[in-house]
Design a protein around this ligand. Structure first.
Ligand SMILES: *Cc1c(COP(=O)(O)O)cnc(C)c1O
Length: 383
């Protein structure tokens, strides 16, 4: 899906459901990352997955203005969305494309990631057709996550082979470890040491790779440092933690999600008429008054599971959600609540009674999973 977030007041009244993100919190989080790394270390901001659901275009604009060195996403479509938004910061494509897409990738000026000979050859071939100078690529090493990358013990040979190819240049070498508990942390520390060994032996062999990178959110939260020339945080820039609370405090980082909001499109009084006492389509319920807002499953909202009871906020009052359908959510309105069409409901907030963590827990989701369901389904306003 091509994210499209440009909107205006009129667009918002025709489907009054939107997300607000806090640009100041994002700048603050970037600053917190800068404090954790030595001066001169480049920051590659991971904005993959639609900026972890927060809207890649508004997020990238804030990061570019704040002077981030590079943006990274796995999605070609998202990389195009960055350029469409006028963002000109270099874009690293984390793995995601087939070799046959390399012509398109280079034509757009994105930096591809390679991790095998086929990919490297495809870049070299495409570069011979499209570029005059050697095309920079990043090589991705899998040092233990078991996902994408060239195996540690094959990396030096691959880099050697690439060096012999025309029109292609290894500008960066990176790996990714991520952990959420102490066991994963110990494993990651050990695997990173092997990555650093690889960097050491390449250096000793006279191979000069300007950008090296290994640390992401979990490592940075633990205060780890290394001699690489870049870091690539994602989660912590958005105030999300990949790490269990017992391991590291997220406190210095702030949620950039301000709210998901929706406005009431109808208030119902069920105390008279044919649906008397039934609470509209919820035939087994007895609500006297209900209100409806256009924030249903299609907008990424999910009903609470198990014994949880979801709430939304109307002014500072919690209203119980009694129905989530494809396009609407319905809340119960107690007699003493004054509510009208057009009133704002806060469906999710950065903190308080409907904080992302809480709402996600009602759905039996992790916070990032809840963000993924909202992602790209509504306009995002940077406030
Ligand atoms: C997602 C990703 C990151 C960022 O990870 P976080 O845990 O969100 O900080 C860094 N590097 C690579 C290769 C990634 O895919």
């Amino acid at each position: 899906m091509m994210p499209s977030f440009e909107t205006d007041a009129a667009g918002l009244s025709s489907h009054p459901t939107w997300m607000e993100i806090d640009g100041a919190a994002l700048r603050h989080n970037l600053d917190q990352v800068r404090r954790r790394v030595a001066s001169g270390v480049k920051i590659i901001a991971s904005v993959k997955a639609n900026a972890y659901g927060h809207g890649i275009q508004p997020v990238a604009k804030v990061l570019e203005e704040a002077g981030v060195d590079m943006l990274a996403t796995g999605s070609f479509v998202e990389a195009c969305a960055l350029r469409a938004a006028g963002v000109s910061t270099p874009v690293l494509l984390l793995a995601g494309a087939l070799p046959e897409a390399m012509g398109e990738v280079l034509a757009r000026g994105f930096i591809p990631t390679v991790y095998d000979l086929d990919g490297a050859r495809a870049v070299s071939r495409a570069a011979s057709e499209t570029a005059s100078a050697p095309t920079p690529v990043f090589v991705k090493v899998d040092c233990g996550l078991g996902r994408v990358g060239v195996a540690l013990d094959l990396a030096a040979a691959l880099i050697d082979d690439i060096a012999a190819m025309r029109n292609i240049l290894v500008q960066g070498l990176y790996t990714h470890v991520s952990f959420n508990d102490s066991q994963g942390m110990a494993y990651s520390r050990e695997r990173l040491r092997l990555f650093y060994d690889l960097l050491g032996s390449l250096k000793a062999a006279g191979v000069n790779i300007p950008i090296t990178q290994a640390l992401a959110s979990s490592a940075l939260l633990m205060g780890w440092r290394d001699d690489c020339t870049a870091v690539c945080p994602g989660h912590i820039l958005f105030g999300l933690s990949p790490v269990i609370p017992e391991l590291a405090e997220l406190t210095p980082f702030r949620p950039i999600l301000r709210a998901v909001k929706s406005r009431v499109i109808q208030v119902r009084d069920h105390s008279s008429g044919p649906d008397r006492g039934t609470g509209a389509y919820h035939k087994n319920r007895r609500q006297r008054r209900t209100a409806v807002a256009p924030c249903g499953m299609n907008d990424g909202y999910r009903a609470a599971v198990g014994t949880h009871a979801a709430q939304v906020l109307h002014r500072d009052r919690e209203l119980r959600v009694i129905g989530v359908s494809l396009e609407h959510l319905t809340v119960e309105v107690p007699d003493d609540v004054e509510i009208a069409v057009g009133d704002e409901l806060i469906v999710v907030a950065g903190d308080g009674p409907v904080a992302l963590n809480t709402v996600a827990a009602w759905q039996n989701h992790r916070p990032i999973e809840a963000m993924m369901t909202f992602s790209a389904r509504m306009p995002v306003l940077a406030v």
